[in-house]
Design a protein around this ligand. Structure first.
Ligand SMILES: Cc1cc2nc3c(=O)[nH]c(=O)nc-3n(C[C@H](O)[C@H](O)[C@H](O)COP(=O)(O)OP(=O)(O)OC[C@H]3O[C@@H](n4cnc5c(N)ncnc54)[C@H](O)[C@@H]3O)c2cc1C
Ligand code: FES
Length: 255
């Protein structure tokens, strides 16, 4: 059930020069959150920032009543959130959106580029608990962008690509040799990241007849289906990414 509430900043830990984990805690028990859901976070106290900003949940800690978000700094809102002090209140509408499908005992591939890795910590844990065999590929510009590898190792095989070759295979994510292996035989592929990367992953999946789910990161304003600024064209007409997504079967997208 969606709710609007003030949560307090428990911690902000910077992971590199332009991204951090924001941990928020509340007094009420946190709502049920599924992998793929997101929250609309209000970014107050900045004259240039009026609208809420959408962020996928990185993780949920039910014992300590806290939720965390991975935030990459791209503009005023994401920068401002990173300057909050411990104990400051942040207004959040959540949980929003739909969730990834979770099969049982299948072979799955997770592909995350840049900040697109955020929803995959929760997803990986859920997939693992349901007996799935998991391979995870993360892609970034350099080794600094390859994050959460230790956490992902708890779920399955972890691979990476960097554009400058400083870690893993050199190149963009879809240039990883795994995509050209004869035994590329996954049941389901998940993708989140820059749209060009997701489109490339979706094409590979389509060509090989593999189901693929993408979590879209469209610009959003309201986050709950009112402003219509997050429209995505699909085979069934225009859909709001905030209410009917952010997770879509890529075969349904008019890309
Ligand atoms: C469902 C969903 C989940 C998301 N999850 C995460 C996450 O877990 N971690 C994370 O770091 N980011 C995530 N994003 C993207 C995040 O919402 C934007 O980066 C953020 O809103 C930018 O706000 P800003 O004020 O810092 O930048 P702005 O000043 O609003 O914009 C700065 C620049 O970033 C671009 N931009 C703004 N919003 C987006 C967006 N949604 N996608 C791509 N580019 C954008 C603008 O076009 C502009 O060029 C998610 C987006 C969606 C829709
Ligand atoms: S963000 Fe307003 S309708 Fe989706």
């Amino acid at each position: 059930m969606k709710r609007i509430e003030d949560l307090s900043v428990k911690n902000i830990s910077w992971l590199n020069s332009n991204s951090y984990v924001l941990e928020l805690s509340g007094t009420k028990a946190i709502p049920d959150i599924l992998p793929g859901n997101f929250a609309e976070i209000r970014v107050d106290h900045h004259p240039g920032v009026f609208l809420r900003r959408p962020f996928s949940y990185l993780d949920v800690d039910e014992k300590n009543n806290s939720i965390s978000f991975f935030v990459k700094v791209v503009g005023k809102g994401s920068r401002k959130l990173g300057t909050l002090e411990k104990g400051e209140l942040v207004n959040v509408i959540h949980p929003l959106g739909n969730a990834f499908s979770i099969p049982d005992n299948k072979k799955v591939l997770i592909t995350g580029g840049g900040s697109g890795i955020a929803p995959f910590i929760m997803l990986g844990r859920e997939l693992k608990s349901r007996g799935n065999e998991i391979t995870i590929i993360t892609g970034g510009r350099s080794s600094e962008d390859i994050l959460f590898s230790e956490e992902f190792k708890a779920y399955g095989e972890v691979l990476c690509t960097t554009e400058d070759g400083s870690l893993g295979e050199k190149g963009i994510l879809t240039e990883h040799p795994i995509f050209t292996k004869d035994n590329f035989d996954f049941d389901l592929i998940y993708t989140c990241g820059p749209e060009g990367m997701m489109k490339a992953v979706a094409k590979i999946a389509r060509d090989k007849g593999i189901a693929c789910e993408a979590s879209l990161e469209h610009l959003m304003a309201c986050g709950f289906g009112v402003c219509l600024c997050c429209i995505q064209e699909t085979t069934e007409g225009n859909k709001c990414v905030c209410t009917e997504g952010p997770v879509f079967n890529t075969n349904d997208l008019k890309w």
